[in-house]
Design a protein around this ligand. Sequence first.
Ligand code: SF4
Length: 198
Amino acid sequence: MKPGIWSKLWLFTAAYFSLVFVNIHLALLALICFSLPVYFLLRDQKKSWCQSYCPRASFLMKIPRSKNQPLRPIPAWLVSEKARQWVVRYFTLNLFFATMSTLMVAVGRMAPMLIPRFLILFPIDVTLPQLVSLDWPLWLTHLSFRFLSMMMTSTLVGVALAILYRNRTWCAICPVATLSDQYLDRKGTGSRFVPPLR
Ligand code: SF4
């Protein structure tokens, strides 16, 4: 992909967080975001998504950094293999909770959680203004909020790391990169792509 186009992919990230104000169910579009890296990995046997298509990376590169701002060294523990594995575990747990709680809501064993949460633990007690209201099943609305929470948490952590260290510090611990690397290692393709942190 041409660098000019890549630098505009951040618009998809901005659009995602805007669309949830049109209707929360549009947060389900996160499924595309979860599936595309897998599709590109299986198709190309390399991290094409990270290399050329990821809107999150494009978004993080848009975070302004003053030329005079000294670059702080990224602590080794933060980008260690242990940290990467913990982030994968966290997102696996998050997906598990989202799936199980959605099933419980669907069978009427649990009330839907109609607010986003930061890092699973912290509820953000806001009412999202909705431009369009849709009378969809509550379990789908619950799932939409869970997807929004995942996307919001990873974006906020990515932005915090970008401000503290370098724009793409998140890429060093992103579960997509870690799981892709594990897949490529198992395949023995040796075609790892290490994103520039900048
Ligand atoms: S490591 Fe994660 S955030 Fe970075 S380019 Fe890959 S998928 Fe996107």
